[in-house]
Design a protein around this ligand. Sequence first.
Ligand SMILES: [Zn+2]
Length: 675
Amino acid sequence: MESRWSDEEAQGYIERYRERCNADVALRVYSSRLIGGDSTLVLHGGGNTSVKTTVKDDLGRDTEVLCVKGSGWDLGDIEPEGLPAVRLEPLRALRHLESLSDEEMVNAQRTRLLDASAPNPSVETLLHAFLPHRFIDHSHADAILSLVDQPNAEQICQERYGDRLAIVPYIMPGFALAKLAAEVYEAHEGCEGLLLLQHGLFTFGDSAEESYERHIRAVAEAEEYCGRRRYWSKRESLPPISPVPYTELAPVLRGLLGEGERTYVLEQRNSLEVLEFCDDEELTTLSQEGCATPDHVIRTKRLPLVLPVGEERGDALKALVADALAKYRDEYRGYVSRQMAAKGIVVKELDPDPRIVLVPKLGLIAIGGTPKAASIAADIYEHTVSVIRNAEAVERYQALPESDLFDMEYWSLEQAKLGKKKPRALEGKVVYITGAASGIGAATARRFAGEGASVFLADRDEEALGELAAELSCGYAVADLTDPEAVQRSIDKVVRRHGGIDGVVSNAGIAPQGPIDEVETEVLEQSFRINFFAHQWVASAATMVMKAQGTGGFLLFNASKAAFNPGAGFGPYALPKAALIALMKQYALELGSHGIRSSAVNADRIRTGLLDQGDVAERARKRGLEPDEYYKSNLLSREVTADDVAAAFLDLALAKSTTGAVLTVDGGNIAASPR
Ligand SMILES: [Zn+2]
């Protein structure tokens, strides 16, 4: 760990934020970002920082305030607005109280804010307020955790830091910890910071630089201390590979997780360090200690599930995973009822599913309601692995007892960090969309993503696909769907990214033309390959995954008005589209018993790249219309858009009791209505 402080950059922050805040706050933003930008110091909203400074209140009077990290902000990209100002004197006055409940504390902090619309000040605000220093930095640095998560932590820390850092025994964040930390400081006046056992590090100073440099120095020394004692060798090569591929295990696991509408996405991590950990002989003891710092419990749960998979495949694999999960859930429920009984309280039990699964030879699988949640859990556990390894190198890793982690997991102020928004209709669902780079496919991708789906896009057009994937922060595969192997590879890619598939919008198509009696076989074959076979290959590969999950799913095909109402010269297009309707019905018929629905959308006259503008003008002219009128020549005299078609796909995706259906989106055309 090296200091990243630069006087020049610090000065740049003061200048850049001159209009928005004073120099103290600008420097607070700068060094908070230095800390937040290093994942070995803090992860995903963890840690907090503060500065005591003077600002004008609404009457123009100089007012002493504490600017402290607000909830919902991440140190890595914090802005002055993420450091709400709280009146300092009335905050400090709270120290004289005997006790203060969590609700009273939140209220006390909010009522002392200068700006009523500011975010809630951190749950550790009072700790910052009760200490006298101007700048205070708090992190959960990996290397520090390796020292404070020890049965012998006090002695180890004393040896390492002497009087420079004072030691605070574990108490949950809140009023009591704030008072205790202030008392410990007062008994060790002159120290540079506090080591909070089984929690993390606080440092302080007169300037942003002093507090930051003390922080980095303490962490660097902890790293050095762990490094010297490191006994785990770095292997040259990977451990042996699992006989069960991840793409086979993931859908089985995913299907067994959750309940009803509650589904998850998965994310695998298999760095060398993670694989070594998962292969360690002591995995079952090392991994069953608990979280490295209590903050993590809401993201990873207290314990991961260890899932050793041997040669099992198919039903045997499913039975093995189901058993392991059932055992995990029983143990989780046991822990909750044990703790409720011990504390004489009643809580609303959270879901009993694991968030981290450790599979020897495969690595860790993180579980979340959204890809972001899974990714946060994965990041946290990767760092936990490193904390545990280093702690074991020092002496022995020891986490907090379950009683303390339970308090943290069920603490309303922690749960509030996860947000209480009602999940969107497709949250936790994975939807694979073909022909997604433009037109109807792109509109569908945006609409499904807007409903919370984890979309995965496939198309041939790499550039447009990459742009849309960046816009939606989603995965994609450049694939030629006329090649069945390329289809399979892209489906595998979805499974590797999210753990499975819940729905498909099979949309890609082309519109070749030609008189049916003269058309070249090659043209017809090519049309069948993309307008019929590609749909079959996508549906077949995707439903294999859906069947392994056992949680149903949907297949939605982009058919065409031409399937029912062919136009002269459009045979090469209409024939495979008619066959596609038959394919859709066949899937509805044969996979209904698996809960897999299959339906189609028939759209007509959409401005997409399917027909070139010359063709459109020609078709319009034949009907005695201008191109714009051509698009509106339907019963509603309304131009149908790609977004209307996307909305129809979404309706079918959500229509739980509909399968084998054709939904027309054409503004009304009786001649083309399905019979
Ligand atoms: Zn903390």
